[in-house]
Every structure is written in structure tokens, then in C-alpha cells.
Design a protein around this ligand. Structure first.
Ligand code: SF4
Length: 289
């Protein structure tokens, strides 16, 4: 009986030796090919999706971000490089599920729709060896963050545990647990992380969803969460917190509350743009107007 804990080594062994079990048939390979081409087409012809509450976004720490999204505000345009990351992330994550199957593990329920509280929907990656699985592709830094799930739960900037928790509590089959299959895109290292003890409880999932629905129905923006507190440098300059840096609504969110009402100031460092809520000492790099 295959065990999810053995999955990374079984996949490495498969790739080293190439001994695919007879249960891995040509139609599974074809299905993988079709899914990759679907992702390819969606990357080039993205579907216009109406803003909605989804399993994948209700757990983000900032309901103010969701308020902007759901109340008709225009998000900042993302760089092509960000779209590129999404595009190959999808293909890589698909590959992991198919390699799991090729390595002889029991894979089922791929892309099954789950209907959570208040009818909010999402799709699971699948069930592997009776574990509900979410596949994540990560940078080396992101990969290491999964080593300490206590700390991860404290700082779950993308709401991954809320998403997994919703799936786990609302899936209509019995599973032994749930977790992440995390692939380091730089090194090719893969690991299984059991998250069963770290997901929110069912009442917490329902309460969180209820709060999100209440907050997006407010007539003005909800207050910012504590995680959005700007970082203060030794020279007194304040920059956006991590959750705000990646937020597509940061310009409108901070337009009255940064730099004495002038909004965010952006300076171009070699590592990319940095967003300042307060500039006490002007950075010696170009400012983007
Ligand atoms: S900029 Fe920060 S506080 Fe404002 S909506 Fe985005 S994440 Fe929330």
C-alpha cells in the first residue's frame, strides 16, 4: 500500500530508474498533455473572470483587498513576469500529480469541485494515498517556510491553510488528513507536509467566510489588518509590509494615508520597486513618478 510520506523518494526513484507501473496507462499521459495545453491556452487567452469570493482568496489576511476587488476598483496591472510565474507554476503542479501516479501512488478526485460555506466554491488538486493534497511550487525561500508549520500558520500571507481547511471540512468523502506537496522550482526538491493539525476548524472556516462577506458589503473600506503595518527602517523611512507589496490595490489603499496625503512614493532599486509610506531620508535611487 503506497504511503504519502514516501512519495518524494518514490518520484525521485521513478525518475532515476524509469520503472513505471502498468497501472500508469497512455490515457493518463494524454490527460496530462491536455491539461498542459489548457494551461497554455489560458495563459495566452486569459478568461475574464468576475470578482468573486473563492476558496483560494477568502483566507487572505486583508479583507480590505477583497473589498476593493469586489467593489469595482481597478487593480494595478501585473508584470508579464508575474503572469509567467503563474503559467509555469500551473504546469509544474500538474506534473507533480501525474508523477505521483506514475510512481504508483493512488491519485483520485483531481480538480474535484468543493462547495464550502455560503456556497463558496473551489477545486482541489486531488487526493493522494487518502490525503487531500494541495500542490505548491515555491522558490527556495518559500519551500523552507513549510518546514515549520507552527510559524507558517502564524504568517499565512496567502491563506493557504484556510483554503486547505475549507476543502478538508467540506469534501464529501472521508480522507485521512490533508497536506501540501511542495516543489522547490530551483532545486527540484519535493516534500510532503502534513497540515492536518494546522488547518482551521470547520466553525473557524465558517466564521471567517462570514466575516469576509460582511466586510466586502461595507459602504467604505474595512480597516487594514495589523499585518499591513509599514516597516520602519533605522533612518525613519517606512515601506509597505509584505502583504501590501504584492497587493494590486496598494495605490488606492494608501493614497490618503502615505507621505502626508500624497500617496505612496516608489523608488526603483536593483531588486525592483520599493513602496514608501513615509520618506524621511530620500533614497539614492531613481524615483518612479
Ligand atoms: S495595500 Fe495592504 S492594507 Fe491595503 S488593501 Fe492591499 S493588502 Fe490590504
Amino acid at each position: 500500500m503506497p504511503n504519502i510520506q514516501d512519495l518524494p523518494n518514490d518520484i525521485y526513484e521513478l525518475l532515476e530508474v524509469g520503472a513505471v507501473p502498468s497501472s500508469f496507462t497512455a490515457d493518463i499521459v494524454d490527460r496530462y498533455g491536455n491539461q498542459v495545453s489548457d494551461h497554455f491556452v489560458k495563459a495566452i487567452y486569459p478568461e475574464k473572470r468576475e470578482p468573486s469570493i473563492r476558496a483560494s482568496n477568502y483566507g487572505r489576511p486583508c479583507t480590505r483587498q477583497m473589498w476593493y476587488e469586489m467593489n469595482g476598483h481597478t487593480p494595478q496591472q501585473m508584470d508579464g513576469s508575474v503572469y509567467m510565474k503563474f503559467a509555469y507554476g500551473n504546469v509544474v503542479e500538474e506534473m507533480v500529480m501525474h508523477l505521483a501516479q506514475a510512481a504508483g501512488h493512488n491519485v483520485s478526485e483531481e480538480q474535484k469541485e468543493i462547495i464550502g460555506p455560503f456556497g463558496v466554491k473551489g477545486h482541489i488538486d486531488g487526493v493522494v494515498d487518502n490525503y487531500l493534497i494541495d500542490v505548491k511550487s515555491a522558490s527556495g525561500y518559500g519551500f523552507d517556510k513549510f518546514n515549520d508549520m507552527e510559524a507558517f500558520a502564524e504568517n499565512d500571507s496567502f491563506g493557504y491553510l484556510w483554503q486547505l481547511g475549507l476543502y478538508y471540512h467540506f469534501i464529501d468523502i472521508t480522507v485521512e488528513g490533508c497536506g501540501f506537496l511542495v516543489l522547490d522550482k530551483q532545486t527540484g526538491h519535493l516534500k510532503f507536509v502534513d497540515a492536518t493539525a494546522h488547518i482551521p476548524t470547520k466553525p473557524e472556516v465558517i466564521a471567517r467566510m462570514s466575516r469576509v462577506i460582511d466586510d466586502i458589503g461595507l459602504s467604505t473600506e474595512p480597516t487594514r489588518p495589523v499585518e499591513a503595518t509599514p516597516k520602519v527602517a533605522k533612518n525613519g523611512n517606512c515601506t509597505l509590509a509584505t502583504i501590501c507589496r504584492y497587493c494590486p490595490y496598494k495605490m488606492q489603499c494608501w493614497q490618503h494615508d502615505a507621505n502626508d496625503g500624497d500617496g505612496l512614493r516608489v523608488f526603483m532599486y536593483s531588486t525592483g520597486p520599493t513602496y514608501f509610506t513615509d520618506v524621511k531620508s530620500t533614497p539614492r535611487v531613481p524615483e518612479i513618478e
